[in-house]
Design a protein around this ligand. Structure first.
Ligand code: NAD
Length: 426
């Protein structure tokens, strides 16, 4: 098989938007897209930069900088989270908006991609300050958001409460309740059943589908999960409960635990609730996060941070499947090493797309004012993930590329087709 350049997640060394554009070029070559189409795919459609004052608890005022980038809306309204972090930058938001465009296209949602962010340190702000920050930012970006235009959601250091404030601010301006302006809301305000577990559930479905192609059985097979948070713990629970896997290792920011004959992930959750960490779980051996990545296991689920599998450790990865519940856990150089070692990588834009898929269901329910039962949500999610995996796998096989390239090919082709069919205005 020829050695190939691969699109991948962000590198900390590189400007993330440069990485995102490089990915477009690589896949555009494979798809034989013309230069005009490449240029469109490498430019965000619309960017709003806002500077706004917030009254702090001590009576002073501070000016904050925020962004909202709508990358491409050829396939529908744009969708993407809002991040509160000191390191937010316009180029980071552009890259995240591009990746949302491809993620929505891989699972064939009628959405484009967007992202937003505010440069701030939410860990050092009170709840009142965060509410005022959120409401003012929502008001500033209300020029370009809306259920038919652009629908924000939670991301790093924003949550369902943040979404409730945005929904309320936008609704106050309209004069009536508009639940469909954001997703990831509390259920009491029009959130969806199953949204909280959707990323892990979607990831577990994709792993199940990929296992036969990777030559492994999930029943009694072994699983290691880096990052036992929302995405990681749900993936572990479902692989254990519904597919009979043995969870041999898990970790969080304080360290990892290992037990060769498996652990009950629900008991680990209880332990974490009581002690604040998975570390110290009875009967398990302590391991580091680095060691966890390299243990011999059938499935490895990176579900914590970016840039975990690098050129340095890729050669030591022993898992047969790497399922990227996290965004961007694998660096581009590591990708080619894994490909040569015949590790099946389930790329982030596919493996963690269950979250945005159920966000789409939430939006659809809000617009209809008609809510579905959990079983209905999960049934529809399963269908989306199973179909999307099958399409990505087929493209990978027929083009002799691995799953990440295949997922990008599927996504960019869909966006390019929509642009071509709509034509260039005027
Ligand atoms: P979370 O905060 O619930 O969980 C993150 C977990 O990672 C925590 O257990 C934390 O202790 C652990 N962690 C932090 N630093 C670590 C380190 N150095 N080593 C090991 N573990 C570490 O967050 P989440 O929502 O589960 O998100 C995790 C990843 O999944 C992120 O990359 C996120 O972008 C991605 N993701 C999440 C969703 C979603 O719906 N939650 C959707 C798509 C992608």
């Amino acid at each position: 098989m020829p050695k190939q350049s691969e699109p991948s997640g962000p590198t900390d060394a590189a400007n993330p938007f440069e990485t995102a554009k490089r990915q477009v070029d690589i896949v555009a070559d494979l798809l034989h897209l013309d230069n005009g189409m490449r240029e469109i795919l490498k430019h965000p459609k619309r960017e709003l930069s806002v500077n706004f004052p917030v009254r702090m608890d001590d009576g002073s005022y501070r000016v904050f900088n925020g962004y909202r980038v709508q990358y491409n809306m050829a396939r529908g309204p744009t969708k993407g989270g809002i991040r509160y972090h000191p390191n937010v930058s316009l180029d980071e938001v552009r890259a995240l908006a591009a990746w949302m465009t491809w993620k929505c296209a891989v699972v064939n949602l009628p959405y484009g991609g967007a992202k937003g962010g505010i440069i701030c340190d939410p860990k050092h702000m009170s709840k009142g300050e965060l509410e005022r920050l959120t409401r003012r930012y929502a008001s500033e970006i209300s020029l370009i958001i809306g259920p038919e235009i652009d629908i924000p959601a939670p991301d790093v250091y924003t949550d369902s409460q943040t979404m409730a404030w945005i929904m309320d601010t936008y609704s106050m301006q309209q004069g009536y309740s508009v639940p469909g302006v954001v997703t990831g809301k509390p259920i009491a305000l029009g959130g969806s059943e199953g949204r909280a577990e959707a990323t892990g559930r979607g990831c577990a479905y994709v792993i199940r589908e990929a296992a036969p192609h990777a030559g492994i059985r999930i029943k009694n097979g072994t699983v290691a999960v880096q990052g036992f948070g929302n995405a990681g713990s749900v993936t572990a629970n479902l692989l254990h409960d519904e597919q009979g896997a043995q969870i041999v290792a898990v970790s969080d920011s304080k360290g990892g635990i290992y037990k060769a004959d498996g652990m009950n992930p629900h008991a680990i959750e209880e332990h974490k609730k009581k002690t604040g960490s998975v570390v110290g779980f009875p009967g398990a051996k302590a391991i580091s996060n680095e060691e966890l990545l390299e243990i011999k296991t059938d499935v490895l689920v990176p579900a914590a941070l970016e840039n975990q599998i690098t050129k340095k450790n890729a050669d030591r990865i022993q898992a047969k499947i790497v399922a990227e519940a996290a965004n961007g856990p694998t660096l581009p150089e590591a990708d080619s090493v894994l490909f040569e070692k015949k590790v099946t990588v389930l790329p982030d834009i596919l493996a963690n797309a269950g979250g945005v898929t159920v966000s789409y269901f939430e939006w659809a329910q809000d617009i209809q004012r008609y809510f579905w039962e959990l079983a209905e949500v999960n049934r529809r999610l399963e269908r989306v993930m199973v179909d999307s995996y099958a399409q990505v796998h087929k493209i990978a096989e027929s083009n002799h590329v691995h799953n990440r390239t295949a997922a990008y090919m599927l996504a960019l082709q869909r966006v390019a087709d929509a642009i071509r069919l709509r034509g260039i205005y005027p």
